[in-house]
Design a protein around this ligand. Structure first.
Ligand SMILES: Cc1cc2nc3c(=O)[nH]c(=O)nc-3n(C[C@H](O)[C@H](O)[C@H](O)COP(=O)(O)OP(=O)(O)OC[C@H]3O[C@@H](n4cnc5c(N)ncnc54)[C@H](O)[C@@H]3O)c2cc1C
Length: 249
């Protein structure tokens, strides 16, 4: 009888698991027990997330980091585009919003993490995607590219709102890329870059933290530690805004 593996989520985790399981069963499986692999995702846009870091600086664009999900999967793996409604673990079945039911022998949950913008007061208020951006999704990274392109100088604050985050080094990489970007455009002296983090140092691990702190200093990037973001507020004139910490900083 065919064994059914259902993988929820077609991001890096789900895609990698599906392709590796497919390869494993092709080499080590038995003809008497074929395996069917199905991957479910709500959309058909596989984003290579590490590439998002380069989009704001014009070093990568949407078409280079986004692909159809089936193109990332072996052709023998079925891709189903639908929203997962719920899983009944007693009936070993996944229920999709479109009405399809997927019975499984093995279920892999790879539904990733959700960006929770609404949990920070004011973040998605006035100025969102105009002065305030995330580079952790395609829309934000693309909007930020346009904003940086038109930026003529001022204060650039890079803030990690809370931990844990995906790829804790990405915001630091962003700071160093910003330093390079403005230097390359001959306007580094017009931009004040600040890195505000809830950590007690530049990074989580002490040795890397010390090395990265001195690199930030060398590049003239201000490091603000133990900064717990309370609110994002736009100035009355709309020209800029403020990041306000719980301790009033
Ligand atoms: C800027 C940036 C730089 C990074 N750099 C690195 C790096 O250098 N090295 C590194 O190792 N990692 C890096 N990462 C982290 C890495 O990219 C992520 O950890 C990884 O992509 C997460 O993959 P995932 O499959 O767990 O989740 P995701 O890619 O988020 O996939 C989860 C999928 O589940 C789907 N889903 C969720 N709920 C449902 C539902 N109810 N119905 C249907 N579908 C659903 C979603 O649509 C999504 O496609 C970086 C991340 C970012 C943002």
């Amino acid at each position: 009888m065919t064994k059914r593996i259902v993988i929820l989520g077609g991001g890096t985790g789900g895609t990698l698991t599906a392709n590796r399981l497919h390869r494993h069963f092709r080499h080590h499986g038995s003809q008497h027990q074929p395996v069917e692999i199905t991957v479910v995702d709500q959309d058909d846009h596989h984003v290579y997330q590490p590439g998002l870091l380069f989009v704001p600086f014009g070093l990568a664009n949407h078409s280079e980091i986004v692909r159809p999900r089936q193109a990332q999967l072996h052709r023998d793996i079925e891709f189903v585009q639908d929203l997962i409604d719920h899983v009944d673990i007693h009936a070993d079945t996944v229920y999709l919003q479109g009405g399809r039911e997927l019975p499984y022998d093995v279920l892999v949950v790879a539904t990733g993490a959700i960006l929770a913008f609404d949990e920070t007061e004011g973040l998605t208020g006035p100025g969102w995607n105009e002065k305030v951006f995330t580079f952790y999704d395609v829309a934000g990274a693309t909007g930020l590219a346009a904003a940086l392109d038109n930026f003529e100088g001022g204060k650039l604050v890079v803030n990690v709102v809370d931990m844990p985050i995906k790829c804790p080094v990405a915001p630091l990489e962003f700071c160093f890329l910003a330093d390079w970007y403005f230097t390359d455009r001959g306007m580094r002296d017009k931009v004040e870059i600040t890195y505000a983090t809830p950590l007690d140092g530049a990074f989580t691990k002490p040795v890397a933290s010390a090395a990265l702190a001195s690199l930030l200093e060398e590049k003239g990037i201000h490091l603000v530690t133990e900064f717990n973001t309370g609110e994002v507020a736009m100035n009355d004139d709309g020209a800029g805004g403020k990041l306000i910490g719980y301790d009033g900083r």
